[in-house]
Design a protein around this ligand. Structure first.
Ligand SMILES: Cc1cc2nc3c(=O)[nH]c(=O)nc-3n(C[C@H](O)[C@H](O)[C@H](O)COP(=O)(O)OP(=O)(O)OC[C@H]3O[C@@H](n4cnc5c(N)ncnc54)[C@H](O)[C@@H]3O)c2cc1C
Length: 378
């Protein structure tokens, strides 16, 4: 298995637990994880350590307090737990940089070593190191975050700000929102986020907007405040390399509309490992026909968002977050809940006005949107 991120480590543990001789190759297996990871609380398996849990809130055109909790993962505890499990189950962790396939059932490392395995898994993140082939300009989620003490007026106690689309940064152009979550240690992460842009909105733009937004709300930033930088594709191609199973962000399990993938990887890993241990085909565990269809529909939703004029984006999220909770959940969760996603899209279409309905439906028949300048006219 290539890639010792959260997805690779979880799958390696699950495979080894089922008696499979498992080797995990990562170019920096001891490097700590520095990202702030979160997910909707009900999507996370109960073994995942949580640092903070708070009621989700969204500001689109109006404010919506959701009936769902958002969980911020205790990343050091998650890592310690998985490392202990890797050791307990005898996973062979190897430092090395995979350069690609070296024949059937074999991968090459940068130092010339060739490693062989009955099953090859690419859990190498969005770079998909075992995938050959070209890729188009990606649609990327980008964000710039600063850590402030709790009690900022933007994120009241007990709440997690999933999205605040008010343009309090004062800039026209590509729409970005504020994401703000408690870290569980007396601090709050505030991130100016571009949900998706092809190519990604530059981080200096996001930093400028975040600082302007926080100044607008009177939030002071201490010199030397911790920073988080986020950049990853949300439309990576399917990993169809013969003889390789893509997992985690490499699959890609990344939700095209939210960028989330961790909870999906944590939930899928046991079933995938069970299939591998039983010698059953593993690909349908990750990509059932329903999961393929749902992914395709969500990619159409992503293209709709990429084409939407800036001024109309908050109104779109207003319609979305007014939908009944089960519709929202089906779209934001449920990788293979095809009926649920179709029902959500139908409800969205009925709740939208004619112009928004056109914007949601037209990407199904149009080529991928690829030009940021077009969006700036909005
Ligand atoms: C700052 C940030 C915050 C994020 N927040 C969230 C969040 O809150 N919730 C969520 O669901 N998602 C989030 N994401 C998106 C996504 O879930 C993460 O990127 C997550 O880390 C994906 O996990 P993974 O294990 O699939 O891949 P990665 O974490 O990217 O792990 C890939 C591993 O493969 C190794 N590797 C890569 N190439 C090679 C190679 N050639 N040879 C050997 N090893 C290699 C890397 O060293 C790395 O350890 C975030 C992303 C970022 C960047």
């Amino acid at each position: 298995m290539v890639g010792g991120g959260p997805a690779g480590r979880v799958l390696a543990v699950e495979c080894a637990r089922r008696g499979l001789a498992t080797r995990l190759v990562d170019r920096a297996p001891d490097a700590p994880w520095r990202a702030t990871y979160g997910a909707w609380a009900e999507q996370l398996p109960s073994w995942v350590p949580v640092a903070a849990r708070a009621r989700g809130r969204v500001v689109a055109v109006t404010e919506h307090v959701l009936d769902t909790d958002y969980a911020v993962i205790d990343v050091p505890a998650l890592r310690a737990h998985l490392d202990a499990e890797l050791a307990a189950h005898g996973v062979d962790v190897v430092a090395g940089s995979a350069t690609g396939l070296a024949g059937p059932g074999a991968i090459g490392l940068a130092d010339g070593t060739v490693l062989r395995a009955r099953t090859l898994v690419d859990a190498g993140g969005w770079r998909q190191p075992l995938r050959a082939g070209r890729r188009a300009v990606p649609a990327e989620q980008t964000a710039f975050g600063l850590v402030v003490p709790d009690a900022t007026p933007l994120v009241p106690p007990g709440e997690a700000l999933f999205m605040d689309w008010r343009a309090d940064h004062g800039e026209p152009g590509w729409p970005t929102f504020l994401y703000g979550v408690p870290l569980g240690d007396g601090r709050t992460m505030l991130e100016e986020t571009s949900l998706a842009c092809r190519p990604g909105l530059p981080l200096p733009v996001l930093e400028r907007r975040l600082r302007a937004r926080l100044a607008h709300h009177g939030v002071e930033i201490a010199a030397g405040a911790a920073v988080e930088r986020v950049r990853f594709p949300v439309d990576s191609p399917r990993h169809r390399t013969p003889g390789v199973l893509g997992f985690g962000a490499a699959a890609p399990l990344v939700h095209p509309a939210t960028g989330f993938s961790l909870a999906a990887a944590f939930r899928l890993a046991p079933a995938l490992a069970a299939a591998l241990a039983a010698g059953r085909p593993a690909d349908p565990v990750v990509w059932s026909w329903k999961a393929v269809a749902v992914h395709r529909l969500r990619r159409i939703g992503l293209e709709a968002l990429l084409r939407m004029p800036a001024a109309e984006v908050p109104a779109f999220f207003e319609v979305f977050f007014r939908l009944p909770a089960h519709h929202r959940t089906a779209y934001l969760d449920g990788r293979d809940d095809l009926a649920g996603v179709l029902a959500t899209m139908g409800a969205l279409g009925r709740a939208a006005d004619g112009r928004l309905r056109y914007r949601l439906i037209s990407p199904a028949v149009l080529p991928a949107h690829g030009n940021r300048r077009q969006r700036r006219r909005g």
